[in-house]
Design a binder for this molecule. Sequence first.
Ligand code: HPA
Length: 270
Amino acid sequence: MLEKIKQTESYLKAKLPSLPATGIILGSGLGELVTQITDKVELSYKTIPNFPISTVEGHSGKLIYGKLGEKEVLAMQGRFHFYEGYSMKEVTFPVRVMAALGVKTLLLSNAAGGMNPDFEIGDVMIITDHINVFPEHPLRGKNYDELGTRFPDMSEAYSKHLIAKAKQIAKDNNIKVQEGVYVGTQGPTFETPAEYKYFRVIGGDAVGMSTIPEVIVARHAGMQCFAVSIITDLGVPNKIVEVSHEEVQQIANSVQPCMTLIMKELINRT
Ligand code: HPA
């Protein structure tokens, strides 16, 4: 793995004009933020050595370097999901590469099902903590001390400092935000009513199929993380209706401007 990270790092160092301190991973149908990036260098995942190839509809699969406002960023448009068949090492490989390139802050977004009864479809939820129920852990196996410690602390997986800033930005711009705990599950099925209830009982406010593996690896590498979920459907008793990938994408797409503003401001105020 160390060899692969080095290869990809060298390849990208030769392609990128400079090395940003901020990384961004955008979820399903949440790629709008990249339209605001200027001075872009776009690299299709297909062309990057050792990168897996994204297969899900709604993910175009590009690494984008550029400026978001005044700050340089390295953004992934489209991520790798465990349900696609990738191992956790593959899912999180790009985060390893970002760390090697010097990324210190990682911002992530995802679409998720809301379980908190106060939530509504279209809400933006700032993730304050997570519960990992994926069946495989990205740090399982030999630990490379060069990459991080064997037993990483997770007491502040999501930076309190960044959460406070994001809430202030939302307030200043009259954007309603929720806060809550994200449960990460393997998918690809959406939850049964009993599963939504279970995830609510164990302490979740929203459930989705991503983000946690990347955050774990980012924390292992010492990055600070900030993540938001767009609530695209509700797993709340009496409000549960049939969910489709298309609807999830459509709702995620319509809420993007609020999320984009929060992330852009957050990067520029940091
Ligand atoms: N469950 C899991 N993943 C999701 C959901 C959901 O309800 N909505 C969007 N992604």
